[in-house]
Design a protein around this ligand. Structure first.
Ligand SMILES: Cc1ncc(COP(=O)(O)O)c(C=O)c1O
Length: 454
């Protein structure tokens, strides 16, 4: 039986609370390991010279909090899950200690540019004007004001064919895809080869088996898609991830003729730099294309706000699924986004960030072309990352590691491929200031050639 030494301050009173606090602390820091059996209340009370009621009360409190479990005839034990002492994080790698940090994911925006003041103004407006009832569980399909604003925005900016009834507010593209696949019951889902490997677990969890379809300089090969036997296809037509190819007009037409269900991942469509954005596919065939988008690249992934535009019957099935699964998205943020859209804050933010990202892209591409001409820089028309095709014998894992060591968000393309292809990496530039680009590429060149950095 565990012998417990518990210091109690009798002057202070509240002995049960003191005992509970001591035991909680011991469990948290691992002195009392998971599964440890605690003394019977009578024994511990005798050891501590307190009444048995004090111990019973402390045990009951910790059982209610989940620190202890108590079973009739088996005594009281430390619960299995709560007490694992926190692992110290691994020490930073020496070569990255002083490196500046330019981001986690190649597709992520520059979070330091989040429009805090304007967002705050929208939140303040929402909190000061909405009636209390508005903070109840909302419509699981999203608050009507936001669907209204988004329908207007998507029509105007993405040439989508939507009405508020076709829109479901979700927690981002990822959730939009999960729900759509779940509702459609897709079993064989064609995906672009290569494509974002982060999505593979999501697709499998939604019951879909990915069927890779090759991509070339025009985007997805629609003839190969037709031969694949897949019922539906998931693709990134505005800016293929990872290669950055924009689906060509010919392929768009072929895809619409193909006749299956199209899941359109519109993850970074707002950022097209040299021309107007290409309209979304959904606008061409709203009966067969399900569009998913979000504010993850335009504002911040942490907001977890996105949308699905789908034919009305499917939209109501998605809404019902959302209601059954988790009752919908946070209401205050939805109203805030609606206000942000209505007052022009979103458009202004996009105009400003598009200009700045374009400068950053230009600086990075110029530096790469000048200093590493053996690397083919692709996919620069849109989005927040570039696709760097290495020379034939290039080591993409080493190149990605070299870029990461500089603080850049970079990933090798190998794990995203189903068929072999030229070695390549993707590199995010959203957080790399233009004036740092040349220096970063200079250092990348040195690291990639395996020389020492002093
Ligand atoms: C290609 C692609 N699609 C979808 C997503 C998921 O986006 P969201 O944050 O909207 O769920 C990401 C995120 O990095 C992405 O890169």
């Amino acid at each position: 039986m565990t012998d417990l030494h518990v210091p109690l301050d009798r002057q202070q009173g509240g002995l049960a609370a003191q005992l509970a606090a001591e035991l909680r602390g011991s469990i948290r820091d691992g002195r009392l390991a998971p599964g440890t059996r605690l003394p019977a209340s009578r024994d511990l009370a005798a050891d501590l010279a307190v009444s048995r009621g004090v111990v019973v009360e402390a045990y009951e409190q910790l059982v209610a909090e989940g620190f202890l479990v108590s079973r009739v005839g088996k005594g009281t034990h430390v619960a299995a899950a709560v007490s694992a002492p926190r692992q110290a994080p691994p020490p930073p790698r020496e070569d990255t200690v002083c490196a500046p940090f330019y981001g986690h994911r190649p597709t992520s925006p520059d979070l330091s540019g989040f429009p805090r003041e304007r967002w705050l103004a929208s939140v303040r407006h929402v909190l000061s004007t909405l009636p209390s009832d508005a903070f109840d569980y909302g419509d699981p399909g999203g608050v009507p004001e936001l669907r209204q604003e988004l329908a207007g925005y998507l029509k105007r900016v993405r040439a989508a064919s939507v009405r508020p009834e076709n829109l479901i507010i979700v927690g981002g593209v990822a959730q939009g895809l999960s729900l759509s696949l779940h509702v459609l019951g897709v079993e064989r889902l064609a995906i672009e080869d290569p494509s974002s490997s982060r999505q593979f677990p999501l697709l499998r969890r939604a019951g879909a088996t990915p069927v890779p379809v090759p991509c070339d300089d025009e985007g997805l090969d629609v003839k190969a898609l037709a031969a694949s036997g897949a019922e539906a296809v998931l693709l990134t037509p505005a800016h293929h991830y990872p290669t950055g190819v924009v689906l060509s007009p010919g392929r768009r037409a072929e895809l619409i003729e193909w006749g299956g269900i199209v899941l359109e991942d519109d993850y970074d469509a707002e950022f097209r730099f040299d021309r107007d954005p290409v309209g979304c596919l959904q606008g061409l065939a709203p009966d067969r294309v399900i569009l998913s988008g979000s504010v993850s690249k335009s504002l911040a992934p942490g907001l977890r706000l996105g949308w699905v535009a789908a034919p009305e019957d499917l939209a109501s099935a998605v809404r019902q699924a959302r209601g059954e699964l988790d009752l919908g998205s946070p209401v205050i943020e939805q109203y805030a986004l609606a206000h942000f859209l209505r007052t022009g804050g979103y458009d202004r933010h996009l105009r400003r960030t598009r200009r700045e990202y374009r400068r950053r892209r230009d600086a990075l591409v110029t530096a790469l072309n000048e200093q590493l001409p053996e690397i083919r820089v692709r996919g620069i028309e849109a989005g927040l990352h570039v696709y760097l095709e290495l020379p034939g014998d290039g080591d993409e894992a080493a190149a990605a590691a070299a870029a990461q060591a500089l603080g850049l968000a970079a990933e090798p393309v190998g794990p995203m491929r189903f068929r072999p292809g030229p070695p390549a990496i993707v590199v995010g530039f959203a957080r790399l200031p233009a004036h740092r680009a040349a220096g970063a590429v200079r250092e990348l060149k040195v690291r990639m050639s395996g020389q020492r950095i002093d």
